[in-house]
Design a protein around this ligand. Structure first.
Ligand SMILES: [Zn+2]
Ligand SMILES: [Zn+2]
Length: 740
């Protein structure tokens, strides 16, 4: 007898590698439906046949309660002629080219797998590579689309009979779990010494734990690359790691065994707890507890600690063994890309690591840990990488042609997009390093293949000297340039699903301006297509150009001189300023932070970008509300010289640096509010987008949001992509969609 009806259901989104087909199989079987499900590039196709009301229930359950890791983007149904089939089956994947493909991000070990890890009776008891359809490596091991075992780095491991049985059983949690394996058939751990020679260690995890507790530094192969690890309580070990890695002061991230261990070191709010435990398992920046047992050099003077929980079985085993917080920082020297290939890691990390805890499951795509901070009760991404990339973001306006957005120069992230879908890459670091540039180029090629998007347009930053701009010029594709702060503004609009018009408050360190000067304290008014630079900070000379970024006191001299204060400084520097030699002009808010910090008493060079702004925020955190310094607003130019004069007076009179820092923050909030009010009086819209790296500053973001809301503005902020240059590519795409 023929069934009542048959439907063909096309589903797109992140539905491969997330247990979607087993879920469909069990749902169809439960409802007594026949038919099939099949992976294809970009999603799955389902045909189901049976009673009409059962078909309706099938579709509504699919829509309403998909498996936890799936993200359904579109679901469309068509009626088909019933065939009278019996049973429901999972068909082999289609591997025809065409159609965008989705790759799932890597997923932290799920509770079911953790139970097996701990169960002495389970055949995967203490096996460091166990995973299932609900967890495990994805992006980092995928070598092609659609997602199948032969197109992962697990292809070289032939499944044993037991694993194969689970893999083939639609009722099993490991049904079509592509990276599934067990101690009999899967990867294994090994230990190598400082010269990368094999060490006879029958229990590699115990060996590594002991070595770490003895104060040694280990290179530990994780999901997206090698971490350099040491005991976070041992000042000696942490200092040694800093010296060997050439990382002077930038805080290190830590991994702790569980939530309780995190709470022993830092305050954890509800929102932060959720992030710590999320399947993406980012590093969460948490407010450290007084007296937290962490070596001073982990995060010198920093009131925050970057903490993450274990996200692979290996991490779980290691942390249980050490029972101590571990520093877990990217396995590289300084800002080079994270090491992920065996030979390269052994080569580059020799001299840093005392031992290696390695394994034989290759990492195809390197991926650093993501970093998030909670501001105003909501997540603010600082770095969007492992666990989030390459989850697509949605553009407010569809692109007419497939487009590749190249991002910026620092904290580089590119994005490949088609229609409304934008696939933002993982974090690729600073393209100043030739190695990073090579990795960036290689990743672009890989994403093209994985996402199956062949770009026909390029969009890049306006800066003529960015490596990405030069790369774009060498390609035989039409390209457009988007001004840096316009792209920041557009990224904030885009992730809020808007096209404008709005005011864009875009504050950062450096961006190439339309007039050839260095912008960074900008009030833009406009939409995705076009913006007017409606107001900006008064431009001041940046003596020595880039050198002024590394030596922030140069900006103090420049600002003090501009403000008519007496300055005692190096004669060469003063002559430079007098003659305007090597003194590009900048309206950067980042440089104003540098000047304020130096005048407030923070001396010396900085060892990483934005360090002074971060330190000023730390200082201000320790003080109560202080009145703002005066600022003049003169026809769209925010004159900060009165601020500098008052701040210098406070410093001369010996006001504590914390109170100066606090007053300075109040001043920036006030100048944002006043300028936005002035713009609104002149007809600007009352939506305000806050973007640019300066808005990683929690005091500023939170207080500016509150102040603007209080004045009746609608405040737009980032929650999906970072406000820094890591979010630039999304804005470039959104702008390109309306500019093409
Ligand atoms: Zn699992
Ligand atoms: Zn097996």
């Amino acid at each position: 007898m023929l069934s009542a009806a048959r439907r063909s259901i096309a589903v797109t989104g992140v539905v491969q590698g997330v247990g979607f087909r087993p879920y469909v199989h069990s749902l169809a079987s439960r409802l007594g439906l026949s038919g099939f499900v099949r992976n294809r590039a970009g999603g799955v196709i389902i045909e189901v046949e049976g009673a009409a009301d059962a078909l309706d229930r099938f579709v509504s359950e699919l829509r309403g309660r998909p498996p936890p890791l799936a993200r359904i983007e579109e679901l469309s149904c068509e009626e088909r002629q019933p065939r009278g089939e019996a049973g429901f089956r999972i068909d082999p994947s289609e591997s025809r080219p065409g159609g965008t493909a989705f790759i799932s991000p890597d997923v932290a070990t799920c509770p079911d797998c953790l139970r097996e890890l701990d169960d002495p009776g389970d055949r995967r008891h203490r096996y460091p590579f166990l995973n299932c359809t609900n967890c495990g490596p994805r992006l980092t091991i995928v070598t092609g689309a659609p997602y199948d075992r032969e197109r992962t780095t697990m292809a070289a491991f032939a499944m044993c009979a037991d694993c194969r049985r689970e893999y083939d059983d639609p009722r099993d949690r490991r049904f079509h779990a592509q990276p599934t394996c067990c101690p009999r058939c899967g990867p294994s751990l090994r230990v190598l010494d400082a010269r990368a020679l094999p060490v006879d260690a029958p229990a590699p995890v115990a060996y590594a734990a002991r070595a770490l507790l003895e104060g040694r530094i280990g290179a530990i192969k994780g999901l997206g690359g090698y971490h350099l690890a040491c005991d976070a309580r041992s000042e000696r070990a942490v200092v040694a790691l800093r010296a060997r890695k050439s990382r002077e002061e930038k805080p290190f991230a830590m991994m702790v065994a569980d939530l309780a261990a995190a709470e022993a070191l830092a305050h954890v709010s509800g929102a932060e707890r959720e992030l710590l435990l999320s399947p993406a398992r980012p590093v969460v920046l948490l407010r450290r507890l007084a007296g937290a047992p962490v070596a001073p050099s982990v995060a010198p003077r920093d009131p925050l600690l970057g903490i993450m929980l274990p996200y692979t079985p290996l991490h779980h085993l290691l942390l249980r063994e050490t029972r101590a917080p571990l520093v877990m920082t990217s396995g590289n020297r300084s800002d080079e890309p994270i090491a992920h290939e065996e030979a390269d890691a052994f080569d580059r990390l020799q001299g840093i690591a005392d031992f290696f805890l390695a394994h034989d499951r290759p990492i195809h795509t390197r991926c650093d840990d993501s970093v998030v901070r909670v501001v105003g009760g909501r997540p603010l991404p600082i770095r969007r990488s492992r666990g989030s990339a390459p989850m697509p973001s949605s553009l407010p306006v569809p692109l007419r042609e497939p487009t590749l957005a190249l991002g910026g120069q620092l904290k580089s992230v590119f994005a490949l997009a088609e229609g409304r879908r934008a696939f933002l890459s993982h974090h690729l670091g600073d393209l100043d390093h030739p190695a990073a540039l090579r990795a960036w180029e290689q990743s672009i090629a890989r994403y093209r293949e994985l996402c199956r998007i062949e770009p026909r347009h390029l969009v890049h930053d306006l800066h003529p000297d960015y490596a990405s701009t030069r790369w774009a010029e060498e390609q035989a594709l039409p390209r457009i340039a988007v001004q840096h702060h316009h792209a920041h503004f557009a990224s904030c609009l885009a992730e809020n699903g808007l096209t404008g018009p709005a005011i864009g408050v875009c504050f950062d360190g450096t961006g190439y301006g339309l007039d050839g000067t260095i912008w960074g304290g900008e009030f833009l008014v406009g939409d995705l297509r076009r913006v007017e630079r409606a107001a900006h900070l008064l431009a001041v000379p940046m003596p020595g150009g880039e050198q002024a970024i590394r030596e922030p006191w140069r900006m103090a001299v420049s600002y003090l001189r501009a403000a008519g204060e007496d300055v005692e400084a190096d004669g060469v520097l003063l002559r430079m300023l007098e003659r305007g030699v090597s003194c590009p002009l900048t309206s950067s808010m980042g440089r104003l932070f540098d000047a304020a910090a130096a005048i407030a008493g923070l001396r010396g060079r900085v060892s990483y970008e934005g360090q002074r702004a971060i330190e000023l925020e730390w200082l201000a955190t320790g003080a109560d509300g202080e009145p703002p310094y005066p600022v003049e607003l003169d026809d769209g130019v925010v004159d900060t010289r009165p601020l500098i004069r008052a701040l210098a007076r406070d410093a001369r009179e010996g006001l504590a640096a914390a109170r100066i820092a606090r007053r300075f923050h109040s001043s920036v909030v006030e100048l944002i509010a006043r300028t936005c009010l002035w713009l609104r009086r002149r007809g600007a819209p009352d939506s305000v987008a806050l973007s640019g790296g300066v808005f990683m500053n929690a005091i500023l973001l939170e207080e500016a949001s509150q102040r603007l809301s209080g004045l009746g503005f609608r405040v737009l902020r980032h929650r999906l992509v970072p406000p820094n240059d890591g979010g630039l590519a999304l804005g470039q795409l959104a702008a390109a969609a309306v500019m093409e």
